[in-house]
Design a protein around this ligand. Structure first.
Ligand SMILES: Nc1nc2c(ncn2[C@@H]2O[C@H](COP(=O)(O)OP(=O)(O)O)[C@@H](O)[C@H]2O)c(=O)[nH]1
Ligand SMILES: [Mg+2]
Length: 210
C-alpha cells in the first residue's frame, strides 16, 4: 500500500455549491460531522498543520465545501459541519441540499470520515448522516473524537457500543477512538485513508502482465 504523505496537502478550492466543484475524477475522501465535533482539529492533526481547516469556537462558521489536494489523484474534502444553530433557515436548507447532492452524486467520493464527539456519539443528526451513507452506499469510517476526555475503559466501551449499534448495516462501517490532543488513533485513521486512496492501484512492484 502506498504511503501517502498527508503533510503535503494544499488548498485546492472552496465551493459554495455542488456545481462549483472541480471535475468528478480521482479519489475523494470527505470529512463530515456535527459542528464542534472536532473535525477541523482532526484534519489539522492528520496533516500536521496548525490551521489547515480553521478550528473555531464558533460552530458552523465553515459553510463551504473545502477541497484540499494531496496529489494529482487524491483529494481530501472538508464538508461543512451540520447541526449548527447560528445560521438562518434558508442557508441551512441550501446546505442540506448541497450536501445531499454531494453525497448522492459524487462519483469519485470513495468514503466518508464521520467525526463524532466520543462523549455523545450517534446524535440524531449523526444518525441521519449514517442513514444517508447507507442509502447512497458509501463506506463510513467513524472517528470518536476527544477521546482524551474519557478513561481507557470508557473509550473502549464506547467504541464497542457504536460498532454494535451500527452492526447489521449494509455498508462498510469502521469505528475508532481519536484525539487531536494526544494523537490517539492517528495511525489508524491514516491506515483507513491509505486504504481508500490506494486500494485500486496496482502494487508498484507487482509483476507486469500482458
Ligand atoms: N480535548 C479535546 N478537545 C478537542 C479535540 N478536538 C477538538 N477539540 C476542541 O473542540 C472544539 C471544536 O473543535 P473543532 O475542531 O473546531 O470542531 P469542528 O467544528 O468539528 O471543526 C475546539 O474548542 C477544540 O479545541 C480533542 O481531540 N480533544
Ligand atoms: Mg470546523
Amino acid at each position: 500500500m502506498a504511503n501517502i504523505n498527508y503533510n503535503k496537502i494544499e488548498f485546492l478550492k472552496s465551493a459554495a455549491y455542488y456545481k462549483n466543484l472541480p471535475e468528478d475524477k480521482g479519489i475523494e475522501v470527505a470529512f463530515a460531522g456535527r459542528s464542534n465535533a472536532g473535525k477541523s482539529s482532526a484534519l489539522n492533526t492528520l496533516t500536521n498543520r496548525k490551521n489547515l481547516a480553521k478550528t473555531s469556537s464558533k460552530p458552523g462558521k465553515t459553510q463551504h465545501i473545502n477541497l484540499f489536494r494531496l496529489d494529482k489523484q487524491r483529494i481530501l474534502v472538508d464538508l461543512p459541519g451540520y447541526g449548527f444553530s447560528k445560521v438562518n433557515r434558508a442557508e441551512k436548507k441550501r446546505w442540506e441540499a448541497e450536501l445531499t447532492r454531494y453525497l448522492g452524486e459524487r462519483q469519485c467520493l470513495r468514503g466518508i470520515v464521520l467525526v463524532m464527539d466520543i462523549r455523545h456519539p450517534l446524535t440524531e443528526l449523526d444518525q441521519t448522516m449514517v442513514d444517508f451513507a447507507r442509502s447512497t452506499g458509501r463506506d463510513l469510517h467513524i472517528i470518536l473524537s476527544k477521546s482524551d476526555k474519557l478513561k481507557k475503559g470508557k473509550i473502549a466501551a464506547t467504541v464497542l457500543k457504536v460498532k454494535k449499534d451500527l452492526k447489521d448495516d449494509s455498508i462498510n462501517i469502521t469505528v475508532q477512538a481519536f484525539s487531536s490532543l494526544n494523537g490517539t488513533g492517528l495511525k489508524e485513521l491514516k491506515q483507513q485513508l491509505d486504504f481508500w486512496y490506494t486500494e485500486d492501484k496496482p502494487q508498484a512492484d507487482s509483476p507486469a502482465t500482458d
